[in-house]
Ligand binder design. Sequence first.
Ligand code: ADP
Length: 260
Amino acid sequence: SSAGTMVSEGARPMTMASAASAKRIRFEDVSVAYNGLTVLDSLSLTVNPGEIVALIGPSGSGKTTALRAVAGFVRPASGRITIGDRDVTNLAPYDRDIGMVVQNYALFPHMRVEENVAFGLRARRTAEDVSRARVPEALAMVGMSAYAKRYPRELSGGQQQRVAIARAIAIRPQVLLLDEPLSALDAQIRRSMVDELARLHRDLPSLTVLYVTHDQSEALTLANHIGIMRDGKLRAFGDAQSLFRYPPNRFAAEFLGRAN
Ligand code: ADP
């Protein structure tokens, strides 16, 4: 709360929070079970402040479950999740200061772009005047200012996903969770969106990001560290280069090699 007090509100609002105020995400021995079946098995993982960590791994390996546990949509059977110094394990989703973007946009079809972006702010009871400033600011960050009055159906897939990202960052979350945000897009748009996400992260250096993807090249381009999951377990973790050079086990080697 102290960071950025030297900068007047409105001057460079989205970059106000300095990297020093960035928040670490930490999983401590987190397990999640569905119907008695363990799908996340003693996950311990740290996303350092301002970093992007990508979780990759086969379908069903528990990546989305890990993300949903941070978001508060699933309650761990055991273990602890902290954001900064806060134990969020038992907090309601809206109390966690988290922005989230999922695969299929999930924009409200009957709301204009600006109303979609305002929705998350309203859900958090943000004051109306703050909301009026934040919406255009967030749309500008994703290059969608000109589309504020449009409806989702009037936008391309890539544009819809930009709006979804604007909606997530409008609340100025300390943590951004991205679950396959680009996988519904075609290859060429996906590549340009990867560049845009990289730029967005440069503009928001204090944002700590957990990124689930099945696309290795996205992980390699964007992530500071990569975790490889299998059967609910984190099987490898490291920076991209060392993971490729020195995969810690055969599964990691085969997974990285196969998808290359
Ligand atoms: P990934 O994101 O790596 O594809 P998920 O985290 O989505 O994997 O799923 C991990 C496992 O948990 C899978 O076996 C999946 O079927 C199961 N699972 C996920 N969500 C639910 C749910 N709501 N109810 C029951 N099982 C679920």
